[in-house]
Design a protein around this ligand. Sequence first.
Ligand SMILES: [Zn+2]
Length: 414
Amino acid sequence: MQANQIPEIDPKKVADMIFTLGEFGAHSGTGVWRTAFSEQWVAAQDCIAGWSREAGLEVRFDAAGNLWARAEGTEGGDAIVSGSHIDSQCPGGRYDGALGVLSALIAITALKDAFGPPRKPLELVSLCEEEGSRFPTAGFWGSRAIVGRVRPGDCDNTVDISGISIGTAMANAGFDPAQISQAVRDDIAAFIELHIEQGPFLEDADLPVAVVNAITHIRQTKVKLTGQSNHAGAFPMDIRCDPMAGFAEAVTTVIDHANALGRPAVTTVGKCSVDPGGSAIIPSSVTFTIDARHPDPKAALELYKTHDIMLSDIAARRGLSVETEILLDLPPCLSDPTFLQAMDRAAQAASIATMHMASGAGHDAQQMAEICPVAMIFVRSEDGRSHTPEEFSTIEDIVAGIKVLAGTLYQLAY
Ligand SMILES: [Zn+2]
């Protein structure tokens, strides 16, 4: 690795690009509504493609819909890649994902301008449908296609709320779903993703940028507690098997457990349904979800085991039966230690104070980790907010993040 060099980053150019990209799918004043393969999303991808060509990068779209822009390396070899996604929540903000794509473009352009072509190929990627905001089961679509995790049939079986399959949406946007396996890459040496933090840790610490050492384990479990439905008036309390009482105890027990463990453990019950759901009926069953996360691989498994024990215990005491089904299980993704060192050196060279932290949200980097070492950079989010038009990061913080990114890419590619 070369000694560190940080190129100049023009704050005005950064601001212009953020606001120009934010016009594609502009919504609710400061937000965007830009779902994958929509007209607004295609136009935004084309805008980034245009900027990339102007910067002298070689531009192409892969079969999944991802945009790639490459600065060829003088020595060839596997590529150093940086990027994120520009699809948004409905509506989301201008920064979630988009900032990682723009930062990669700005950093790669600045490096090329300051130091000439890289030794290793340096690539920008703008990934598609990270959020799953249009196709709820297609989250991380672009990055999953790159790592070979899109299964045959997914293009037909994955549909949006109006019943349009992702394959049809891709075809309408000019991509060939039959060719999606061509999106697989086996020539990537590193993936570095810059993203807004989406939480309050940087603001609490009064720092602009964080080096992300891990992405948390995310497990979502569907739980069904079944008891016996009876009349709310005629049936006495002492012989009831009431799944609602079990549900209430389960919710407080798992949430209190995360509170007792302390940061960074988090547990959320965000969804529940009651059957049959009548005011004067003891329910027959209550079904709910538990989303539980911890970035430490061992602590995460311990957390999930504890939940299982708690649920069985509550069910047994209350005469209920319990069924669980894991809906989503994303193992933790640890950042590459040499990349963390490179980021620390870059931050130091640019005189930017940083901290190390884990990401509590899932990111494309977690998928990319299947084929290459990864790491992430976070930029402070105002009030820790995201997935809303109100999300905001200052240009000063963003420029600091881009400098750390550029300094890291310099060490990896020059
Ligand atoms: Zn994102």
